[in-house]
Structure formats: structure tokens, C-alpha cells
Design a protein. Structure first.
Length: 281
């Protein structure tokens, strides 16, 4: 179901695996985790079983968030000290957060460590500018896995050349044909359960080898998690700001079916042109 950009987003109240089967954005999740065959929201126990099967060395568990509601520790501190991830029951947002922990544990732990370092420096009451960037990526980041011969597509997206990147170059977005969008931000996964015009993510380009598409899925995920976790651990505040740029999610070819025409990409209220730098003279 597509909502309008003026509607307030509300996630579906009930579990509906068909949502995950229908939209290509969930392909990676459903290829790794048995989400599409679930008849109800996976419980923290089920999510922990999946984590232990796929990441046996992680030492992480998912627990009912109500267990931790009286714990005075800050969320990131609690995870680091207990190795437990509070997860609300029957909640799309927390479900997708758990899925990202399972697919990319090193990257999520790198985010956690950066948060802890910032908390140690600035306290937990007010988020530092770097923590704002960490949270923005954690909630809204979309990896663009890009081989060497498609790097110019990243430049077009950064320049907001939407018609060129999405429409004229749409064949580059086909499966195994070039660039591969992979959602990292669990808030984006949640909002795609009910897509709406205006849904915008944060682009995070990640170079991959030319032969990446030929690798088995576990090798692909391991490469992405290793490369991404290193960037998260080493990036400065400036690096984070330069790395991320707006990405209209429903512009990705195949992610807003039947409406992706030239006219669709000419809607400047969604596909906004890049702002010109103000010259002071």
C-alpha cells in the first residue's frame, strides 16, 4: 500500500510477511533470515536463535524490552555492558533493528563503541554532533554497493541528477547488473512497510570489487560488514557528513512499481534539485 506524503506514518498493527515478500528492499533480509515464512512477529528468543546460528561468536542476545525498563543505564551502555539488546514485542522498528544486528554485527558494534566514546566525552544527556550522525545513519542509512565501473553513478546521485541516475541509468540497478542498494537503517525498513512519497534515506556509498555479485551471499555480507565497520570506527565527524547525502528511496528502480516514469522523476517536491551554495561577496 502506498500512502501520500501528507499522511502521518503508522506501521501496520499486525504481522504481514507478504509485505516482505512483495518489496525488493527486503530481499537481503529474506534471503538470510526466514522472515517470509513467519506467521507472527519473531520473538526475542527466535531472534536470538537466528543470531546464534548466523553469528555464533557475537555473544549477543535479544531480550524483551520491558525487562530493561527499570534499568537506569543508557541504551547504548546497557548493550555494551550486558550484551543484551532490548527489543519491543510485536514492533516492526525493533524487529528490523534486530535483523541488522544479525546481518552486520561488527558494524552495529562499531556504532555502539562510537556512541560510548562520545558519551564518555560529552555525557549521555545531550547528543553530540557525532552521535547525531551515528544515529542518522543507524536509522536511515542505505548502502550503495558500487563496483569500480559505476562510481560515476554515485556522483550523479550526490549532484541530485535524479533523472540521469534513476531513469536513464535504470539498467544499472537491475539485479547483478551493477550497483546494489542495501538498507542498513532499520527506520527505513519500517517505513517501507507502508511506502509514501517523500520517504528519503541517507546514501552511503560503499565500493565493492567487480566480482562482488558473483560471490556467495555469506561472503558478500562478510565483506560489507568488515568494510563498513572499519569506516564507522575511523570516520571523523566531517567524514560522516560528507559520506551521507539525501536519497529518495522510492526513486530506486523497481522500488515504486508502475509509477516510475519520466514524469515521476520530474516531481521536484520529492526529487529536489541540489541547493546552490550561497556566495557572499
Amino acid at each position: 500500500m502506498i500512502t501520500t506524503k501528507n499522511q502521518r506514518f503508522v506501521a501496520p498493527e499486525r504481522w504481514d510477511a507478504q509485505i516482505l515478500r512483495d518489496h525488493p528492499a527486503y530481499h537481503w533480509l529474506c534471503a538470510v533470515l526466514p522472515l517470509a515464512s513467519q506467521t507472527n512477529f519473531p520473538t526475542p528468543t527466535i531472534l536470538t536463535d537466528w543470531m546464534q546460528q548466523l553469528q555464533p561468536d557475537s555473544g549477543l542476545d535479544f531480550v524483551d524490552a520491558t525487562i530493561c525498563q527499570d534499568d537506569p543505564r543508557y541504551y547504548e551502555v546497557l548493550i555494551a555492558e550486558t550484551r543484551q539488546i532490548p527489543t519491543r514485542l510485536n514492533n516492526w522498528h525493533d524487529l528490523f533493528g534486530a535483523c541488522i544486528w544479525t546481518l552486520f554485527p561488527r558494524s552495529k558494534q562499531a556504532l555502539n563503541q562510537r556512541h560510548l566514546s562520545e558519551i564518555a566525552l560529552h555525557g549521555s544527556k545531550n547528543r553530540s554532533p557525532l552521535r547525531h550522525q551515528l544515529t542518522l545513519f543507524d536509522e536511515c542509512g542505505v548502502l550503495l554497493l558500487c563496483p569500480p565501473d559505476q562510481q560515476d553513478l554515485v556522483d550523479a546521485l550526490r549532484a541530485h541528477q535524479w533523472q540521469h541516475a534513476f531513469w536513464l541509468r535504470r539498467e544499472c540497478w537491475q539485479h547483478d547488473s551493477g550497483v546494489t542498494p542495501l538498507i542498513f537503517g532499520h527506520a527505513n525498513y519500517e517505513m517501507l512497510t507502508r511506502p509514501f512519497i517523500g520517504l528519503t534515506a541517507k546514501l552511503w556509498p560503499l565500493p565493492v570489487p567487480t566480482e562482488f555479485c558473483d560471490w556467495p551471499l555469506p561472503q558478500q555480507l562478510d565483506f560489507v560488514d568488515t568494510a563498513l565497520s572499519k569506516q564507522i570506527a575511523e570516520f571523523t565527524l566531517t567524514d560522516f557528513r560528507q559520506q551521507m547525502s539525501p536519497l529518495p528511496l522510492l526513486g530506486i528502480p523497481g522500488w515504486y512499481q508502475d509509477l516510475q516514469t519520466v514524469a515521476f522523476y520530474q516531481d521536484v517536491s520529492y526529487f529536489r534539485p541540489k541547493r546552490q551554495a550561497t556566495v557572499i561577496g
